[in-house]
Design a protein around this ligand. Structure first.
Ligand SMILES: Nc1nc2c(ncn2[C@H]2C[C@H](O)[C@@H](COP(=O)(O)OP(=O)(O)OP(=O)(O)O)O2)c(=O)[nH]1
Length: 199
């Protein structure tokens, strides 16, 4: 069964490849800010699930395939945080999170396509507690200078340079990276697609 990954994320691609899947990558280009603004007053989980649904729906589907869309954000002190985008925002973000914990929430949507139409779908969010370390000012500036924290949800990675500053997690690490393998397996199972048909 062909899997279409509706994401430009190199992290999601690498998680799937390490798990034996060579997805077809199609970038959705969804305007995430506009979609979130249209949602009214959603919960954090509803927000990331809605974004994952929009991404999966937006990409071109093959006649017979499954499509996976994801969206990750950091829930910290009641605020849902995405990618910082700038060094200043990433620095401020780290000044807030250092030494504390947050929830990295990833929304997942899987579509089953047959005969060129979506015949079934399943969505869910996965939440993982992330315990942040306390980088020194010198370490933080050096990390910011790499650019990595600017382009990832929550301004950190657990499998990259950010790993030095993550004291631990409680939950699924693949979900933090960007796509939960166990949750995706369960969603595919609901659609009657064993993961073993993907590799
Ligand atoms: N390698 C790595 N990447 C992470 C980690 N935490 C978050 N990220 C990345 C995964 C996603 O690429 C990004 C979250 O942003 P989004 O969910 O909006 O996805 P993105 O805009 O990258 O691509 P997409 O919207 O799916 O086309 O942050 C981590 O611990 N490790």
């Amino acid at each position: 069964m062909r899997l279409i990954l509706a994401s430009q994320s190199p992290a999601r691609l690498s998680v799937l490849r390490a798990a034996g899947v060579e997805p077809v990558v199609r970038v959705s280009g969804v305007d995430e800010d506009a979609l979130v603004a249209s949602l009214g007053d959603p919960t954090p989980e509803q927000t990331v699930v809605a974004l994952s649904e929009a991404k999966a729906e937006a990409v071109e589907h093959d006649d017979e395939c499954v499509v996976v869309g994801c969206d990750s954000m950091l829930l910290f002190e009641g605020e849902l945080l995405g990618k910082p985008g700038t060094t200043e925002v990433a620095r401020e973000r780290w000044r807030r999170i250092a030494g504390k914990s947050g929830e990295l929430i990833t929304g997942h949507t899987v579509l089953k396509v047959s005969g060129g139409v979506v015949v079934d779908r399943a969505s869910a969010a996965e939440s993982t507690t992330v315990r942040f370390g306390t980088p020194s000012d010198e370490e933080l500036e050096a990390y910011l200078a790499t650019g990595e924290p600017l382009h990832v949800a929550g301004a950190f990675t657990i499998d990259g340079l950010g790993g030095w500053f993550i004291d631990g997690i409680d939950g699924d690490h693949t979900s933090v990276i960007g796509i939960s393998l166990p949750l995706t397996r369960k969603l595919l199972g609901r659609l009657g697609v064993p993961v073993s048909t993907l590799w």
